[in-house]
Design a binder for this molecule. Sequence first.
Ligand code: BJW
Length: 245
Amino acid sequence: MVLDAALLEQARARIAAARNIFVLTGAGISAESGVPTFRDALTGLWSRFDPEDLATEAAYRRHPALVWRWYEHRRALVLATRPNPAHYALAALAAQKPVMLVTQNIDGLHQRAGSEHVIELHGNLFANRWLDGCGRCDTVPPVPGEPPHCALCGAMMRPGVVWFGEDLPRVARYRAEHAAETGDVCLVVGTSGLVYPAAALPGMAKEHGAFVIVVNPQVSALDATADLVLTAPAGECLPLLWPQA
Ligand code: BJW
């Protein structure tokens, strides 16, 4: 992919001059690691299901084993991947200037690349919690392919992610909004910009005076908010935007 040299230079200058950078990432930043983006067609067993139909509490209550297996499949997939140059570039940037890194991703790849203090808006794939637990929940030995149950009250374990219709973790949301309001550059990487409230953050940043840069090989809903769009895969583009350690 050939990046427009003038746009690249403009983005580099903005980032070099920034005092605080607010970064919002989405599934696209992990695509080059081999993690499917959320709205890509899934293959194999899951190709018959619409992910948006599985990512709700109602779906989990209706088909717990199906949804649990979908998350087990995704955990295994993520564990077999590695961070890519885009994740490492963001970790390197944080060593050079204040970066507030907000991610919609649940894969933990930013942390594995060395980024600290990552604000996870949609939870984490590896953090399970109880659904309707009794407060003293304890697992019985799990049946393979089934969600673990509490030995005391029978509650089910659920993935510690944020499904549609659920509130985002309050502290993460508060910190993300603060980041959007205080960054002088807002760098949006690999998100379709279709899922709220995350998708509202770049607009909030712009209202507070940030220069908004979007990195995405495809058109996204946030292009209209952007001051500058870099049409490129994150792993190719980000390492060109600032010096790498
Ligand atoms: C590359 C690339 C490369 C490819 N380099 N890029 C306001 C308006 C309308 C609706 C709502 C609203 N406010 C709230 C709602 C409802 C709802 C919502 O947003 N619905 C919309 C779909 C219409 N939001 C919610 O329900 C949220 N909760 C909430 O608001 O609570 C208050 C409330 C309660 C009750 C009622 C109403 C409000 C919760 C949202 C939770 C989202 N959860 C998921 C699943 C997480 C767990 C899991 O993964 O299983 O989070 S959905 C899914 O989408 C996942 C993602 O984090 C999220 C965003 O997706 P993302 O990251 O943008 O991925 P993609 O696949 O969409 O895009 C990838 C992009 O990468 C593409 O653009 C590619 O081109 C690009 N790409 N390769 C760079 N190499």
